[in-house]
Design a protein around this ligand. Structure first.
Ligand code: FES
Ligand SMILES: [Fe+2]
Length: 398
């Protein structure tokens, strides 16, 4: 591709080791083990900045969203000082306060014994427990979780050692700015429970090698064979893929009257830029919309995916705006993907699983595993890379 805004960062160093050897998958324990899961909760999800939502989902004071992480849950609330995350449980006896994925409330009422919190997380009444006379309400508000917003994405961190968020985001801002991420509007969000390890979902959404076998609609519109991997600075990974020339939108119809986003350069009008903020937030940046999808682990063998469909406000404001064809494509593709992930998880659950060779089109799979392994298994060496069977069928065509 030429004229891409991202040419500079898409130039690939073909001398780097992956091009000589490819990569290998990892072990049964890495994908399915309880101990690996515990380490990931402690060292990845417990320590890093984690992308959780988009600002457009909190349009008014009192707008909220929830998500479950491992055995915990957080509540994001748009209060008087902006969006703030809290642990989603009542300070009285631990009742999980909000189960709904999103909505709007000015007070959070615990329906166990009726403690009531305001939209800033403050405990404002103790109805029913008659504790007011000897109890300091100001010490018993919801417990806040560190919260930051960058490029319209809300991030949380459970640790004071989470590091510098801007440094972790590296070159992500270049994509976010070109696609106006901060101003986009979320037309819809949908949750999907998946019975597989979260890393298998992260792998799946980051490679297009399976498009011809799994997604006939996507394969018709995008070319899995005209694709490549970016080398990006920061805790991010990415790849690009070409949209076939007779189409202009990645949707069920392949066509859209939506104007391309104003800052997208000509070389990216027929391209999807797949960018993942590690560990778990995938973006598919296209000229007429952005898909955003996170995966949150709940146990070694279960996770939830939340898919967000984001459009430019100049399009969502039009009376005839419809995201139906885009939603239909991804909703179908998502179910196709979860079946692949769940069945892969069932295969890998065999303790006799022995890791196989990854192709050059699966470099991001290897990068994700390596990043997680670096944080959870310091001191252990990377899996042996042999290069056997690598045919060079893929990345870096331009
Ligand atoms: S657990 Fe919430 S009021 Fe008792
Ligand atoms: Fe897929």
């Amino acid at each position: 591709m030429t004229n891409s805004m991202f040419d500079l960062i898409s130039e690939q160093d073909e001398d780097r080791p992956y091009f000589a050897t490819g990569g290998r998958g990892r072990t049964h324990a890495f994908y399915t083990g309880e101990e690996q899961f515990r380490l990931e909760m402690e060292r990845v999800y417990g320590k890093k900045w984690l992308p959780v939502d988009h600002v457009s989902r909190f349009p008014e004071k009192g707008s909220y969203a929830t998500l479950n992480i491992g055995s915990g849950s957080i509540l994001l609330l748009n209060g008087d000082n902006g969006i703030q995350a809290y642990h989603n449980y009542c300070r009285h006896r631990g009742y999980k306060l909000v189960e709904e994925p999103a909505g709007k409330r000015q007070s959070i009422v615990c329906i166990y014994h009726c403690w009531v919190y305001d939209r800033n997380g403050k405990l404002k009444s103790l109805n029913g427990t008659y504790l007011d006379h000897f109890f300091a309400k100001e010490d018993n508000g919801l417990i806040p979780v560190r919260t930051e917003v960058r490029f319209g994405v809300v991030f949380v961190a459970f640790s004071d050692e989470a590091g510098d968020l801007d440094e972790a985001l590296g070159e992500f801002g270049r994509f976010a700015e070109v696609y106006d991420l901060e101003s986009l509007v979320c037309a819809q969000a949908k949750d999907y429970p998946v019975a597989s390890n979260w890393k298998l979902v992260a792998h799946n959404v980051n490679e297009s090698l399976h498009f011809p076998t799994a997604h006939k609609d996507l394969h018709k519109i995008t070319d899995f064979d005209d694709a490549g991997t970016y080398e990006l600075r920061g805790d991010i990974v990415g790849a690009w893929q070409v949209i076939r020339s007779k189409y202009n939108s990645v949707s069920m119809t392949g066509r859209s009257d939506r104007a391309p986003m104003p800052k997208v350069p000509p070389g990216d009008l027929h391209k999807i830029n797949w960018i993942t903020i590690l560990p778990n937030l995938l973006f598919g940046f296209t000229a007429d919309y952005v898909m955003m999808q996170w995966v949150w682990p709940e146990s070694p063998g279960t996770c939830t995916v939340r898919h967000f469909w984001l459009f430019h406000p100049s399009e969502t404001a039009k009376p005839d705006f419809s995201h139906e064809a885009v939603f239909a494509l991804w909703d179908k593709a998502n179910y196709e993907d979860w079946e692949l992930c769940e069945r892969t998880h069932r295969g890998l659950s065999n303790p006799m699983w022995s890791p196989g060779q990854l192709s050059l089109d699966e470099e991001v799979v290897s990068q994700i595993d390596e990043w997680v392994a670096r944080l959870t298994q310091p001191g252990q060496t990377a899996p042996e890379q042999t290069g056997a069977g690598v045919t060079g069928t893929g990345a870096a065509r331009s």
